[in-house]
Ligand binder design. Structure first.
Ligand code: MG
Length: 346
């Protein structure tokens, strides 16, 4: 089998103007694994907050290349992915890209969508939230108006001005809110007071209210909170879940954190066995990475997969958004197809 990859700058759409500290682009490394005429695609999305660099990602892909090149057609990709994972610690985004590409390839070789290849529940469409980042009051209002098509909003909180932001949003819309605090509340009593205040503001869930180090405080908060709590920064992989016992009501699973579809499915199974809700999220993946995660949406309680809406030069097609929902096609694999020439220069 053959491995090719291509670093690529994804440029953000800025319909509301670019504020001073806003990034204008982000880097993804796209991966193609070919077995004869059949090709599978994956993405390592590398926003700065993930802490994984383009250089380290490319180096990992070079290191994984001999394993992929020596794999025979029809090989056991689950075994191959375990060997790739053991090459070194970390590089979870690069591992996720290879996992997606091999799963895409395997499903295409069977001629079925990835969800059918993995025997997952069929869901044709599902509402996704639309994220409204921290910004000026004027821009927040513009974003609320622009997101009227979406049935759920996700907001970034934890800035010290959370009540002002939610009150502002509630002046303009009563859409349900997912509130992502990004570890921003450090006092458990203040955190509980905030969650009690939010409980009658049509807030559905609160993500990572407290720093990941404050696990005992998180247990107390989840026990007393009127709203469900979800872990994000507190968990990357399956091996992180056991220590969180009782600290959250659910888990935000992202392919870039957990090394890909195979491990995400194990984490979902763990959640089902431990009465944890499942939230499928993303970093800032294009249609390539988001399509892979969207194949799992039949297993999710909530999804936040709006990232492809952020880009003006998405190099993949295949995912449809309409009326605030993701609609899956019937294409084989993840359903994502690269624009011609994306891998042509290598
Ligand atoms: Mg988060």
């Amino acid at each position: 089998m053959q491995l090719r990859f291509q670093p690529y700058a994804l440029h953000f759409i800025h319909p509301f103007g670019v504020s001073g500290n806003t990034r204008t682009s982000t880097i993804s490394v796209f991966v193609e694994i070919g077995d004869g005429d059949v090709k599978g695609y994956g993405e390592a999305c590398l926003p700065p907050y993930l802490g994984e660099t383009e250089a380290a990602t490319v180096a990992f892909l070079h290191a994984a290349r001999p394993l992929i090149h020596s794999a025979s057609s029809g090989a056991n990709f689950t075994e191959l992915l375990l060997r790739i994972d053991q090459l070194q610690q970390g590089c979870n985004a690069a591992k996720a890209a290879l996992d997606m590409a091999l799963n895409d390839l395997a499903a295409k070789q069977k001629g079925v969508p990835l969800r059918r290849y993995k025997a997952l529940p069929e869901v044709a469409s599902k509402p996704t939230s639309f994220t409204i980042g921290i910004d000026t009051e004027e821009v927040v209002v513009q974003k609320i108006k622009a997101s009227a098509d979406f049935q759920i909003l996700k907001i970034k909180a934890g800035t010290g001005h959370d009540k002002e932001l939610i009150s502002l949003i509630r002046k303009h819309t009563n859409q349900p809110l997912y509130v992502d605090v990004n570890q921003g509340w450090t006092n458990k009593h203040m955190a509980l007071e905030m969650m009690q205040w939010m409980a009658d503001k049509n807030v559905v869930l609160v993500e990572q209210p407290m720093p990941k180090e404050q696990l005992a405080d998180m247990r107390w908060l989840t026990q007393h909170s009127p709203l469900p709590t979800f872990a994000d920064e507190s968990v990357k992989r399956l091996s992180d879940l056991e220590q969180l016992d009782g600290a959250f009501n659910g888990i935000n699973i992202k392919l870039m954190k957990c090394t890909g579809v195979n491990e995400a499915l194990k984490m979902i199974q763990y959640c089902r066995n431990h009465h944890l809700q499942v939230f499928l999220g993303c970093m800032a993946e294009s249609t390539c990475g988001t399509s892979a995660m969207a194949q799992l949406m039949g297993l999710a309680d909530y999804i936040d997969l709006d990232a492809p809406q952020l880009y003006k030069n998405d190099p993949f097609t295949g995912l449809a958004y309409a009326h605030g929902k993701i609609h899956l096609g019937q294409g084989a694999g993840t359903g994502a197809t690269p624009l011609p020439g994306l891998f042509g220069n290598l």
